[in-house]
Design a protein around this ligand. Structure first.
Ligand code: DQA
Length: 144
């Protein structure tokens, strides 16, 4: 069961960027742990700082993969194009934010993408990605 994790702008700097908000761990390091924790999922990871590239990736996988975890970073609060891309594809998208955006600046309280997502996971740090995978893993057809 193919699952793609997509991180948007500035999330390539996790571990370095604003450590008090986003923590000290790089996503590449955390991703290795996720792959070990979910051996039955075919997990892939994609990061881009460019809005159009995120949209192209959603189109590329959005008719064949079983689930997408998307942290769209600041595009969450600005991008109608990203919201439209999520609405256009068939694969369910789960919105993830590392920080609790509702405890931060007012401009982070608005998400253009939430209404087109299956659900939203906000404020649990990197563990939010694991929570999303637990949900998707439970959708997996069981063989017993
Ligand atoms: C973020 C929250 C956004 O407001 C911010 O622009 C980010 C990261 C988060 O994961 O908490 O880049 O999506």
């Amino acid at each position: 069961m193919k699952i793609l994790i997509i991180n948007g702008p500035n999330l390539n700097l996790l571990g370095t960027r604003e450590k008090s908000v986003y923590g000290t761990r790089s996503f590449d390091n955390y991703f290795e742990e996720l792959k070990t924790a979910f051996p039955d999922l075919e997990l892939e990871y994609y990061q881009s700082n460019i809005e159009g590239e995120l949209i192209n990736k959603l189109h590329e996988v959005g008719f064949s993969y079983k689930g997408i975890l998307l942290n769209a970073g600041a595009y969450t609060h600005t991008s109608i194009a990203l919201a439209d891309a999520i609405a256009a594809i068939e694969t369910p998208v789960i919105e993830v934010h590392i920080s609790n955006v509702y405890a931060r600046e007012e401009f982070r309280h608005k998400s253009y993408i939430s209404k087109n997502c299956k659900g939203c996971i906000v404020g649990f740090g990197l563990e939010g990605y694991r929570l999303g995978l637990i949900y998707l893993n439970n959708l997996r057809p069981k063989t017993v």
